[in-house]
Design a protein around this ligand. Structure first.
Ligand SMILES: [Zn+2]
Length: 359
């Protein structure tokens, strides 16, 4: 008799190969949560930031435990990376490196988000910080052939007037690839995003497309609050699955939930990847995409997240592929760019038998 492990291993290995080769689109990815450990060590040394000096120590400082008590605890993992990213050179470098890391995992379209107001402690202006991230993204996109768009994140913990000013500044970078506007930060402390409605209005008026974080605390009620800002997408929001009327409303309005399996387990809002409502939401017709949230804090590649979606959450491969392609439909990029990407994704699938293609 063949041991069970030998029967299961090839399945896992071939799935791993398939999701690695699959052209992917990632919509929910934070710059400060995705720093390379080696780069963090270099920045800590050169910027004289008090931080672990060994690879092991830095890894433990940057990567979050598999499970934490709350979103508030998860957010403490960003203190060190933010302390390391307080000048234009570091922001440009880590942005470029993130695009390159993602390209190596065949993420062909990615949106990177970050809070420019968090990187001004050493005198950098918001303008110069945004320009640096735009530069890093643009240069790495040319080198890798990836398509990159950027999203400016305002913080719930900052004053609404500051967010308004940030929105007006961000909108001036629209022709440099900054196409999205987001709100993130501690939901329990600042539950109502409507306090930032003027910033959202300014971002919209400036041509930015709207998303915001919701439901890393507070479940379905927080997702409903986010809908009041009329977003195209919501970052997270798995709690919507507990409220059939809310699911119906999200579906009717065509709002996409940018879900993250590993990160949601870390933040303690789902018990495990098995229990995550990703597959249930998708099968109910709710538009969803799948992202890592933070490639370093969650220590996960998008291709690995895709494997977990199949093996632990129960998606079929065609369902996973549909979710991957939906991310292009929901992307904050110009239709002509997306059409070209969609064609290249379809060309790949056309020769993959597992997705109905023929070699
Ligand atoms: Zn996020």
């Amino acid at each position: 008799m063949i041991p069970t492990t030998e029967l299961e291993q090839p399945g896992h290995a071939s799935l791993r190969r398939l999701t690695a080769a699959m052209p992917k689109a990632e919509l929910h990815l934070h710059l400060d949560g995705s720093l390379r450990v080696e780069t963090a060590l270099m920045l800590a040394r050169s910027r004289r930031v008090d931080a672990p000096a060994t690879y092991e120590g830095m890894f433990r400082a940057l990567v979050g435990p598999a499970r934490m008590a709350s979103q508030a605890e998860l957010l403490t993992r960003f203190d060190l990376p933010i302390a390391l990213l307080q000048d234009a050179e570091s922001l440009e470098q880590v942005t470029a490196e993130l695009v390159e890391s993602k390209a190596a995992d065949n993420v062909r379209y990615l949106e990177i988000r970050w809070g420019p107001a968090l990187h001004v402690r050493r005198g950098l202006s918001v303008d110069a910080g945004i320009a640096a991230v735009c530069r890093g993204a643009r240069e790495a996109a040319v080198r890798t052939g990836s398509i990159v768009r950027l999203t400016c994140t305002a913080l719930r913990s900052h004053a609404p007037a500051e967010a308004l000013e940030l929105a007006e500044t961000a909108a001036r970078f629209r022709d440099q690839g900054l196409t999205g506007w987001d709100l993130a930060g501690p939901e329990a402390a600042v539950p109502d995003p409507l306090a930032f409605r003027r910033a959202f209005a300014a971002a919209r008026a400036g041509g930015l497309r709207i998303t915001l974080h919701a439901g890393e605390w507070g479940g379905a009620a927080q997702v409903r609050r986010a809908l009041a800002l009329d977003p195209e997408r919501i970052a997270h929001g798995p709690g919507a699955a507990d409220d059939p009327r809310l699911m119906a409303e999200i579906t009717l309005r065509g709002v996409t939930l940018d879900l993250c399996l590993t990160s949601n387990v870390q933040a303690g809002i789902v018990a495990s990847v098995v229990d995550h409502p990703l597959a249930r939401l998708h099968r109910a017709g709710v538009p969803v995409s799948l992202s890592t949230d933070d490639s370093t804090v969650s220590d996960v590649l998008l291709s690995e997240e895709y494997v977990r979606a199949v093996e632990e959450n129960g998606l079929t491969l065609p369902e996973l592929w549909a979710i991957d392609r939906h991310a292009l439909d929901a992307a904050f990029a110009e239709p002509e760019v997306i059409n070209l990407l969609r064609e290249s994704f379809e060309r790949w699938a056309a020769v993959v038998p597992e997705l109905g293609g023929s070699r």
